[in-house]
Design a protein around this ligand. Structure first.
Ligand code: 8YV
Length: 327
């Protein structure tokens, strides 16, 4: 009997791809470029499963054009690129990769917040340009992190890991806003207090955004919200492009509405709003919050675990719509 066919739509570690080969005929994308949507659909013909990253879109058009597809396994925790209800309606199992990236992503969120508050990249660029001629008392004077109020927007696993770092490591009072309030026994070890969104914006010295993207989170932070923040405050976004209105943020950074921003995600990435590129008070990184070798391997392995389980009659460890497997 011939093996089921699967597609690995983004380049990943070859030894992890090799785990698929005993079970499946495997076609891989060996470039760092995602395939255009029509090519992805063409390559998915006859495939039972697909391994993707956050860069591939799985929508109704793709699902209708790929009737053999039974499993969509992303190596990302975020899955706003996948129409999960449409998959469920067609009996297609979807999995994501939670937990394995939580601490790594929280490390990065904290580092980006610190780099932003302490103006690290801005001062490095100044030094590299040869502009450091003398010491001055206010040269690149930024804002303290220790003891400052940490505001966390979106208190999921990564938000909690950032809050824990701030509370235990840096003595920061932690306030957060989330649709649902954490139970008191989960708030206590984080030193975290739930507040309304507007209060969060008004009180935070350093705001870190960690909400998943959904249409209701689109431009959750725009001109109105930025205007509520302290002029000394920083904003760090490691969630998704589109949660922050990048044009409004660039304007706020130029006008001094807030002091600085750290951004790992962008609306329309990999294209970055040109006005942000003009701002000196912003630290910009190319969506690398989960990028350590160990964590990217763990994310890839988890997607492969899910793909093998779904297509060999096992139980996928991190299914988003396990109901499709119930006969
Ligand atoms: C990924 C992420 O690197 O997991 C997520 O949701 O945003 C990142 O950790 C990226 O999306 C992988 O495609």
């Amino acid at each position: 009997m011939s093996k089921p066919k699967v597609l690995v739509a983004c380049k990943t570690f070859s030894d992890i791809v090799d785990r698929l080969r005993p079970h499946f005929d495997v076609e891989t994308n060996d470039t760092d470029q995602p395939w255009p949507q029509d090519e992805l659909i063409r390559r998915l013909q006859g495939k039972a499963g697909v391994y993707i990253s956050g860069s591939s879109k799985v929508d109704t058009t793709l699902l209708e054009a790929c009737p053999d597809l039974r499993a969509v396994c992303t190596m990302a925790v975020g899955y706003n690129n996948i129409d999960v209800p449409a998959c469920t309606a067609r009996g297609v199992l979807v999995s994501n990769a939670p937990d394995v990236l939580t601490e790594t992503t929280a490390d990065f969120g904290f580092a980006l917040m610190m780099a932003t508050a302490r103006r690290i990249t801005e001062s490095e660029h100044f030094l590299r340009r040869g502009e450091w001629k003398h010491w001055s008392v206010t040269m690149f004077a930024g804002a303290d992190v220790h003891g400052a109020t940490l505001g966390v927007l979106g208190m999921g696993r990564i938000g909690a890991a950032i809050a824990r770092r701030g509370h235990l490591g840096f003595g920061m009072p932690v306030i957060y806003h989330n649709r649902s309030r954490l139970p008191a026994d989960q708030e206590a070890p984080l030193g975290a207090q739930w507040v309304e969104k507007d209060e969060l914006l008004q009180r935070a010295d350093h705001l870190v955004i960690v909400v998943p993207y959904s249409p209701s989170a689109h431009h959750l932070i725009g001109e109105r919200e930025l205007a509520m923040m302290k002029p000394t405050a920083t904003l760090t976004n490691i969630a998704r492009g589109g949660v922050v209105d990048d044009a409004a943020l660039a304007h706020a950074l130029q006008a001094g509405t807030i002091a600085a921003a750290g951004l790992d995600v962008f609306e329309g990435e990999p294209v970055v709003h040109p006005a942000l590129l003009e701002c000196t008070n912003v630290v910009l990184t190319p969506h690398i919050a989960s990028a350590t070798v160990a964590t990217r391997r763990a994310m890839s392995n988890l997607a492969v675990d899910n793909l093998i389980a779904v297509l060999t009659g096992g139980t996928p460890p991190t299914a988003l719509n396990p109901e499709v497997l119930v006969k």
